[in-house]
Design a protein around this ligand. Structure first.
Ligand code: PLP
Length: 445
């Protein structure tokens, strides 16, 4: 493949943008390919190379790069009508009503402009509502570029995970290992009366994809109820992808107090949202006294695109299609790993997938989860599959970044560039795409 034009563009970009990119994860080594355009489930780069795209904008593009006709015409209509006003519009109400109808935890919703803004606002809301300062997060979880959650270490020794955040901020955050019921119980026993919220991705989706063990979310629910803390599900990735229109909370049968959204709910445009019980969401200004505001919040083009996205999914076989292909892909990769890399763990659910380059293999593979690790205690891989962010961090992460990702790219398959971030099947992907992808895995693994 020729990448000359991408290299030249990156050369120019490095002079005017830090690291040559506007979001750090895009700076793949030695240089990223620059995208010229999308085409269904594919992207075409600046040198004319075509890739099957499983990055899908890091999650928002449920339909791939060709939105269904009703989405496209809504975007055109709202873009040419204004496109924004600083006054409310009907489409915001319609979109809010739709989300409230479908997502168990949502009675009311506030739309914002990014997943980060949603989680920042959710943390402020939880602190304002409970009058407490501490928030619990999962080690390896990701909630965007915000001060309260860019924290690592453990509950006894939290510290900022980036420069620029004072230790004085980090001390209010309590990181715990995901899926560890004992650890969360201990944290509540020690700090329970000071905990405003537990913030958790229902599935760790920025850390290789880690599913919850049976009962974990119910434990979080019970502890939050016992101590008067809020359970916040960060469904920025899983929202309207896992569990269909009911989101991951409906799949797991646990209803959080607050849910944060992003990505799909904006139909491919910048978006975030905070939903939950009216009693809590009405604490936001102007109804309540937790300040929250934004020039672009509830942008009509975003609302129209997001609303048509979800309506189309309600009326068509979207989730059947993407979940079937997701399963086919995970099954195929599981078979390839059994032959070529039995120590690796295939993970994911619905239309999400990843392969974690775990280092140890079980004595036998018969009876293992066939289409992605589901944390089944009777699976022969159960003691070896990742259960925490730390388990994923201990995998062969360098191999992904330095060898595997490049090999897949050269075979025409665009995956997320590190071991940690999830990949996504879209409605535009086809059985042929899956078959081409499996051939590439056979070659690259
Ligand atoms: C679970 C989760 N929360 C929050 C965010 C932040 O969203 P954004 O990048 O739109 O600010 C992300 C981004 O990937 C995410 O995966």
């Amino acid at each position: 493949m020729n990448h000359e034009r991408s290299r030249d563009l990156y050369d120019r970009a490095l002079s005017v943008m830090p690291g040559g990119v506007n979001s750090s994860v895009r700076a793949t080594r030695p240089y990223p390919f620059f995208v010229e355009r999308g085409d269904g489930g594919h992207v075409i780069d600046a040198d004319g190379n075509r890739y099957v795209d499983y990055v899908m904008g890091y999650g928002p593009l449920l339909y791939g790069h060709d939105a269904p006709e009703p989405v496209q015409s809504a975007i055109q209509k709202y873009a040419s009508a204004g496109p924004m006003y600083g006054a409310p519009t009907e489409i915001e109400v319609e979109h809010a009503e739709f989300v409230a109808r479908h997502v168990p935890s949502v009675e009311m919703i506030r739309f914002v402009n990014s997943g980060t803004e949603a989680t920042v606002s959710a943390v402020r809301l939880a602190r304002g509502y409970t009058g407490r300062d501490k928030v619990v997060i999962m080690q390896g979880g990701y909630h965007g570029a915000q001060e309260s959650t860019l924290v690592e270490g453990d509950a006894d020794h939290p510290r900022p995970s980036t420069s620029g955040i004072p230790q004085e901020f980090a001390k209010h955050t309590l990181p715990v290992p995901f899926n560890d019921e004992e650890a969360i119980q201990e944290v509540f026993e020690e700090h329970g009366d000071d905990i405003a919220a537990v913030l958790v991705e229902p599935i760790l989706a920025n850390m290789g994809i880690v599913m919850p063990v049976d009962g974990y979310h119910q434990t979080l629910r019970d502890l939050c109820d016992d101590y008067g803390s809020l359970l916040v599900f960060d469904e920025v990735i899983t929202g309207f992808r896992v569990g269909g229109l009911g989101c991951a909370q409906s799949k797991f049968g646990v209803t959080p107090d607050v849910t944060t959204f992003g990505k799909i709910v904006g139909g491919g445009f910048p978006v975030g949202a905070i939903g939950g019980k009216s009693e809590i969401i009405e604490q936001f200004t102007p109804a309540g006294d937790v300040f929250q505001s934004g020039t672009f919040s509830g942008h009509p083009v975003t609302m129209a695109a997001g609303h048509e996205y979800l309506k189309y999914a309600a009326e068509n076989d979207v989730y059947d299609h993407i979940n079937r292909l997701g399963e086919k892909l995970r099954e195929g990769i599981t078979d390839i790993c059994a032959d070529q890399a039995p120590e690796y763990t295939v993970v994911g659910t619905d239309s999400m997938f990843k392969t974690v380059f775990t280092r140890e293999q079980p004595a036998m593979l018969d009876g293992q989860c066939e289409a992605g690790c589901q944390q089944r205690p009777d699976c022969p891989r159960y003691d070896h599959c990742p259960k925490t962010g730390g388990d994923v961090a201990n995998a062969e992460t360098e191999r992904w970044e330095r060898i595997f990702w490049h090999e897949m790219k050269e075979q025409g398959v665009f995956l997320t560039a590190n071991q940690f971030e999830s990949q996504f099947v879209s409605y535009a992907h086809t059985d042929e795409d899956i078959e081409q992808t499996l051939e590439a895995y056979k070659h690259a693994l």
